[in-house]
Design a protein around this ligand. Structure first.
Ligand code: F7E
Length: 306
């Protein structure tokens, strides 16, 4: 693996990169991806999360490289649309992030139709893992569980507990992204588990799994409540299942256990171990998470990136 520097705000540099690397497949996952942050930085979010996509598409088009293109579209585009959401559900974004992703979705479709690019949208619902950033609600919760057990934190401050999300296990979603680009023809796919739970249910499961009562540790902080919220997301991934043979193997309850185990291990605590057992059973040793992020960064640095 070689890491090149890149900047989604600079089209010339992107064109040079694409022309020099001549990739077969491009997975465009770069963005300002935090929904709450997008309310504070709407213009930056529009530039990077929205216009960044057309910069990449135009770089492919102008350089004449025959690269397949994957656009990381998001369930946030559905926003206020009623669940379950599928490929035919009209978009109703509820944040600058969601609106920017809608632009990226349609410009991807447009380059496919206008120039014949093999350009696809994967409309991914929330996908989580022990590598999830610490300011997203799932990881914020599982990390807090471990820190409370380790005596490093007493309280966890969160916002809206009633929002419902379709949370799945991220590595399975990456497999689906790859499948989308291997299909005979380019198209757009909804990817999620079909199971939806509230933030409160995530709290109950995570704290309960670690033997804690969430009500003793969790406080509501209005600073984390969004100006407009997405209330209810639940995917219908029938198309991905039928055309790509994709189906998630990790359910909500198992995802919580995988994440709590990993956060406890990271603090040298002994986890209950159900999450690790689930991973070993379904995926084998490839899915060991302990310190995996820092190990990957070190490995990349030793190959000249740093
Ligand atoms: O919020 C509520 C919050 O920030 C989930 C991104 O990857 O998935 C992600 O977007 C829910 C929301 O993820 C806190 O109001 C309550 O209803 O973990 P999140 P998200 O906004 O769903 C989609 C698919 C993407 O594309 C995005 O890039 O949890 N919530 N209390 C909270 N959320 C946060 N972050 N922090 C809280 O304290």
């Amino acid at each position: 693996m070689f890491l090149h520097y890149g900047d989604l705000s600079t089209s010339d540099q992107l064109t040079n990169l694409i022309y020099n690397i001549k990739p077969d497949e491009i997975y465009h996952l770069g963005s300002q991806s935090h929904v709450m942050v997008s309310f504070d930085t709407p213009e930056y979010t529009a530039d990077i999360t929205g216009v960044g996509t057309v910069r990449l598409l135009e770089a492919i088009h102008r350089s004449g490289i025959k690269a397949k293109f994957y656009q990381a579209s998001s369930s946030e585009m559905f926003g206020a649309a009623s669940p379950p959401q599928d490929e035919n559900t009209p978009f109703y974004p509820r944040s600058p992030y969601g609106a920017a992703k809608v632009y990226s979705y349609w410009i991807t479709v447009n380059y496919r139709e206008a120039y014949g690019l093999f350009a696809c949208n994967g409309i991914l619902f929330n996908h989580e893992s022990p590598r999830r950033g610490e300011t997203f609600v799932t990881r914020k919760i599982t990390r807090a569980v471990a820190r409370i057990l380790a005596g490093q934190q007493k309280k966890l401050y969160v916002g809206n507990l009633h929002a419902r999300r379709d949370w799945g296990y991220a590595p399975e979603y990456v497999d689906c992204m790859w499948r989308i680009l291997q299909h005979d023809s380019p198209s757009d796919y909804v990817v999620g588990t079909g199971e939806s739970h509230t933030v409160e249910e995530f709290l109950i499961e995570s704290f309960g799994y670690a033997g804690l009562d969430w009500k003793e540790h969790v406080e509501i902080d209005p600073r984390y409540v969004r100006p407009t919220e997405v209330d209810f997301l639940m995917a219908n991934s029938g198309k991905a299942s039928k055309e790509l043979g994709w189906a998630p193997r990790i359910c909500f309850r198992e995802l919580v256990r995988i994440m709590v185990d990993a956060d406890m291990e990271a603090l040298s605590l002994t986890p209950p171990g159900e999450g690790t057992r689930i991973l070993n059973c379904r995926f084998g040793k490839w899915h060991q998470w302990a310190n995996s992020v820092s190990q990957n960064i070190k490995a990349a640095a030793s190959r000249g990136f740093g």
